[in-house]
Structure formats: structure tokens, C-alpha cells
Design a protein around this ligand. Structure first.
Ligand code: FAD
Ligand code: PYC
Length: 417
């Protein structure tokens, strides 16, 4: 099949001053009704629409986004992708996603720059090391690559890290997942959007959902800033705004929305070719392909919807990074921003039907949903298409908060929690 996105077409467009360049994504206006509506044009919503169309043949779909695609957490995150969670339920879900990442650029014909450069989760105390050993063993039992490394091995691979035993929180070792890494976050949104749009999905931007229409416990559609749109299947995939949207259907979710910040430095020559995370000091760091250090912290401690963050978190995170990498002390920071993350009581997502027929939830990813983007879309599409969860997301139901079948991933959710 002829690839309409070939290198030749790029060269042709360059010489014609982009005169014949067609938008990659059709900017749709809402139709009266759809077979399914996805609210939220982040990575998870767009991936859901793509897999609904590709795997389940449902093509009359709208993705409704109040801003622009990828403008939420999808393009605000620090792009760490890994599957080294503790419990079988979570690690299998994230591993499904990691496997999809490994073929994603090809599957959606868009380079998402997935770089499997490895992720180190540092241990600074004997208890950290026991937890690391337990998690690595659990991962291996589930067929997930994971190893325990000591301080000497870390120093050999990451020469600028401070492994001195006189550090305030000395590094004793780490878990290492070599297949883990980073990806280009905005490319993930654009890639899924283009692939979904090519399959006939309507992507409707600048369209805010203001109400959810239901009667007799059945969903009938949504009210939006562009008018009413009908459908008897609506998936809410709005991250930090999940509680706000669910409240429109009179559902109260066990979620708290917190700001989570990220920081980027001036560009440097390549100095760090892997990802380093530390729960104990509350900081993590990698280096982007542009050379910038990409740094993140724990959540800001208060609840809020402002996409910014507080100075005390900036200070705390910079101290953490200085402890790990004193070498970076003279690097200048360039930018800071925040996203709103939807934190659940067990640090696990909700990917679920709801008590209302035709209303589905995909939320609660908190600080760790980017890595799950393809897997989340894949299982959520299955759930919407079949009105039943896939076995991979069945444990992540809304009911677990009343039955008590929680899946505690606070440890593996890592630094940000
Ligand atoms: P979003 O991308 O936020 O998409 C939701 C969309 O819904 C938004 O575009 C929003 O505009 C839209 N919306 C909201 N309300 C309405 C409405 N009323 N009508 C229509 N549309 C609406 N995860 C990792 O795995 N690794 C990381 O390294 C990582 N780092 C992070 C760092 C930071 C600073 C932040 C903020 C998050 C980080 N995360 C990370 C978490 C990750 O970014 C999220 O879990 C994930 O991107 C959520 O994707 P999403 O598509 O569900 O949400
Ligand atoms: O889930 O790996 C993660 C993560 C890193 C930074 C924020 N979340």
C-alpha cells in the first residue's frame, strides 16, 4: 500500500512551501449522534478511539476535547514508560502496554520515539532494598524483565551519580528494568489522533462537555459548548477532571486531583542515557533527545485544578536531584509546569463500567498513566465494545472501592506518590 506519509511527500511539501500540505487530522464538527463518544482528547481517549475502530470495527466515534488534543497531562508528563509494578493485576496491565509500545510506531505509522534506555528505581535503605528484591522477584514470576543492581554497578553505568556512602541518603542499589524507557509524549497524542482520524473517527477540539444526558439509568449523550451530541455509549477519559465529569452523571468518585510538576533544564551535551528515580529523596531525572534534563517531583500536597504548582515542591525536588547528581548543581533550569493528576486510594486506575448503563470510566491513573496509554486504550476499547471488561482490566473496576479488593501500588507508583 502506498504510504501517504512517506519521506518523498515531506520533501515535495518542503519544495512547494507546504502549499499542498493537508492537515494530518480532520478537524471535525459534531454530528447529531455517534455509536460511541469518548470525552477527553488525551493519549488515553485517542488510543481508545483508535482501538475501538481498529480492533472492534466501531468507526462512528467522536472524541470530544475541550482544548486541543494532548493539551492535558499527555503532553505535560515526563514520559517514563515501565511495567515493574508489584501486584500481578497491575504488572500484567502495564506489561500489555509496554508490549504495545514496542510496536507502536509501526502500528500507528507515527514515530513516537520510544527509547528503551532502562529505568533505575533507587534504594537508599535496607527496607528499600527488601522492597526492591520483592518487586523484582514478583516481576520475574510474571515474565517481566527486572533485576537488582548494586551501587557499584549503578556507578559504572551512570558515572555522574553520587554513590558516596556519606551521602544523606546513600544509594545501596536499585531495581533496573532494561526494556523500560521514555517516549515523545506529544507524538503519542498526534499519532493516535491521526491513526484514529484515518479510520473515520471524528476528533472534535475546542468543545467542552458541560453535561451528561441520562434517563432511566441509561446514557443518551452529552451537552457541549457546540450543542447536544447523542450516543448510548459514553467513555469519560478526562484524567484530573474525572470527578467533575462524573458528578454531571451524579457519580461520586474516590479520586483526589492534585497538581504534579515537571522541570526542564537548559540543553546539555549527552550526560545521562537512562532514567533514574528515587522514592526516598522524591526526585527523578532523564535527559531528552534535545539535551534538556527532564526532572520531576512528588505531587503538590494540596488539592487543586491550577496547572502550576508551589515553590516548596520545586525547592524540595531540586535538593533531591542535587543529592543524587551534585555535578548538575550549576545547570540552569529553563521551564516549569504542572498537570492535574487524578489520584486514587490504591494508586491504581479505574477502567470500568459504571452503575449507569452506557457510561464507562477510564481515570485514576494519577501520576503514572503515560506508560499505560496504549494498553489503557486497548482494554477500554474492549470494555466499551463488549460492555464487559477485558480480563486485564477486570480487577480495576469501580466496585473494588466498596468490596475492598484494592490493589496497593503506592510503592511501585514511585516518586510522584
Ligand atoms: P489527559 O492527557 O489529561 O487528557 C484528558 C483530556 O480531557 C484533556 O485534554 C482535557 O482537556 C480533557 N477534558 C477535561 N475536561 C473536559 C471536558 N469537560 N470536556 C472535554 N474535554 C475535557 N505518567 C507516566 O506513566 N510516566 C511519567 O513519567 C509521568 N510523568 C508525569 C509528569 C507530570 C508533570 C504529570 C502532570 C503527569 C505525569 N504522568 C506520568 C501521568 C500521565 O501524564 C497521565 O496519567 C496521563 O497522561 C493521563 O492521560 P489521559 O489521556 O487520561 O489524560
Ligand atoms: O509512573 O514512572 C512513573 C512516573 C514517573 C514520573 C511520574 N510518574
Amino acid at each position: 500500500m502506498k504510504n501517504k506519509y512517506s519521506a518523498l511527500s515531506l520533501i515535495k511539501n518542503a519544495f512547494t512551501n507546504n502549499k499542498n500540505w493537508k492537515p494530518a487530522i480532520k478537524n471535525a464538527e459534531p454530528k447529531k449522534s455517534y455509536d460511541a463518544i469518548i470525552v477527553g482528547g488525551g493519549g488515553h481517549g485517542l488510543a481508545t478511539a483508535f482501538y475501538l475502530a481498529k480492533n472492534h470495527g466501531i468507526k462512528n466515534i467522536a472524541v470530544v476535547e475541550k482544548g486541543w488534543i494532548g493539551g492535558g497531562n499527555t503532553a505535560r508528563n515526563t514520559t517514563i514508560v515501565r511495567s515493574n509494578y508489584l501486584w500481578t493485576e497491575a504488572s500484567l496491565l502495564y506489561e500489555k502496554s509496554l508490549k504495545l509500545w514496542e510496536g507502536l510506531s509501526r502500528e500507528i505509522n507515527f514515530n513516537v520515539m520510544f527509547s528503551q534506555r532502562g529505568v533505575y528505581n533507587l534504594g537508599h535503605t535496607l527496607q528499600d532494598m527488601r522492597d526492591i528484591e520483592r518487586r523484582v522477584s514478583a516481576n520475574r514470576l510474571n515474565g517481566i524483565d527486572a533485576e537488582v543492581v548494586n551501587a557499584e554497578q549503578i556507578k559504572k553505568e551512570i558515572p555522574y551519580i553520587n554513590t558516596s556512602s556519606s551521602a544523606r541518603y546513600p544509594i545501596l542499589g536499585a531495581s533496573l528494568q532494561k526494556r523500560a524507557g521514555v517516549a515523545r509524549h506529544d507524538a503519542v497524542a498526534w499519532g493516535f489522533a491521526r491513526a484514529a482520524s484515518d479510520l473515520g473517527v471524528d476528533i472534535i477540539q475546542q468543545c467542552e462537555v458541560t453535561d451528561i444526558i441520562k434517563s432511566n439509568n441509561q446514557i443518551h449523550g452529552i451537552e457541549t459548548s457546540k450543542g447536544r451530541i447523542e450516543s448510548n455509549k459514553v467513555g469519560l477519559v478526562v484524567a484530573g477532571h474525572a470527578s467533575v465529569l462524573a458528578a454531571m452523571a451524579n457519580l461520586r468518585l474516590p479520586l483526589e486531583s492534585h497538581p504534579l510538576q515537571a522541570y526542564v533544564s537548559e540543553p546539555l551535551k549527552p550526560v545521562l542515557d537512562t532514567v533514574v528515580m528515587s522514592n526516598a529523596v522524591h526526585g527523578y531525572i532523564s535527559q531528552s533527545d534535545k539535551g534538556e534534563l527532564v526532572i520531576g517531583a512528588g505531587i503538590d500536597p494540596y488539592i487543586g485544578y491550577g496547572q502550576k504548582g508551589s515553590f516548596c515542591t520545586i525547592e524540595h525536588c531540586m535538593q533531591a536531584i542535587m543529592e543524587l547528581f551534585p555535578y548538575f548543581s550549576r545547570v540552569r533550569m529553563l521551564r516549569q509546569w504542572g498537570g492535574i493528576v487524578d489520584v486514587s486510594p490504591d494508586a491504581c486506575p479505574i477502567i470500568s463500567k459504571t452503575p449507569i448503563n452506557g457510561l464507562y470510566l477510564n481515570c485514576g491513573w494519577g501520576t503514572g498513566g503515560f506508560k499505560a496509554t496504549p494498553g489503557s486504550g486497548w482494554v477500554f476499547a474492549h470494555t466499551l465494545a463488549n460492555d464487559e471488561p477485558h480480563q486485564l482490566n477486570a480487577p480495576f473496576s469501580l466496585e473494588r472501592f466498596s468490596t475492598g479488593a484494592l490493589i496497593d501500588e503506592h510503592g511501585a507508583a514511585a516518586v510522584a506518590h
